[in-house]
Design a binder for this molecule. Structure first.
Ligand code: CMP
Length: 216
């Protein structure tokens, strides 16, 4: 931990063990959190099923919406791995932003990244058939994935992908098997290796044609 982080931790830091529910959707929000280490899941319950919106790690923050908009919590926050978090009250948050333009810029950048992510999810949810949803998601994920022999390694399980695109695991598995058969993906102990984004886009176009004209 840097000296600056050490001082911040002494003032605002708290340690939380895995499994701790920090807050639930609808609660009143009185503070925001900055992750110093560990992992926190942001989720929503949709028709009795808990869906993960995002998992946040070191350097990321959450819980700012309630204190900025004076609204109840928009989602649940649960500690996934033992975590050290800065817990910051609204007055301190405002003072930090007013006193340090660097912090304000970091927050704006992170919020626009979050909006970009949410836009991608909306685009994905607009696709009707489950094949397209999975392929579209993998195409985006491959752009930031590590290049390995045979393609790009997407460090996620089929269950992680299912949670991201809002489909059942069985449906996601079915699409992955199709991609493997079409030699556009291969299974790897660390996740899924997919071909480049162009190949996936071509496959997506093929699926869109099928959606438009049916199987002829
Ligand atoms: P708040 O509404 O106070 O509590 C839930 C928090 O989850 C919210 O503030 C945001 O910080 C965070 N959050 C909500 N939706 C998303 C999202 N789509 N991506 C990342 N974080 C989110």
């Amino acid at each position: 931990m840097s000296e600056q982080n050490q001082t911040l931790f002494e003032r605002f830091g708290k340690s939380f063990t895995a499994g701790t529910v920090l807050f639930r959707e609808g609660d009143n929000g009185k503070e925001m959190y900055v992750v110093q280490s560990g992992k926190v899941r942001i989720s929503k319950v949709v028709r009795d099923v808990e869906k993960t919106l995002v998992e946040l790690g070191a350097g990321e923050f959450f819980g700012e919406m309630s204190i900025l908009n004076d609204k109840p919590r928009s989602a649940n926050a649960t500690v996934v791995d033992d975590s050290k978090l800065l817990v910051i009250d609204p007055k301190t948050f405002e003072a930090m932003v007013r006193g340090n333009a660097e912090i304000a810029i970091r927050i704006i950048k992170m919020l626009s990244k979050r909006l970009e992510e949410a836009d991608k999810q909306i685009e994905n949810l607009m696709l009707k058939d489950h094949n397209s949803r999975v392929v579209h998601f993998l195409g985006h994920a491959s752009k930031t994935a590590k290049q390995v022999p045979g393609g790009f390694l997407i460090n996620m399980t089929a269950a992680d992908i299912a949670a991201k695109v809002g489909l059942d695991l069985a449906k996601v598995d079915e699409v992955i098997q199709k991609l493997v058969r079409a030699k556009l993906a291969s299974n790897d102990p660390a996740g899924l290796v997919v071909g480049d984004a162009n190949k996936l886009r071509e496959f997506l176009e093929f699926l869109e044609m099928k959606e438009k004209f049916g199987d002829i």
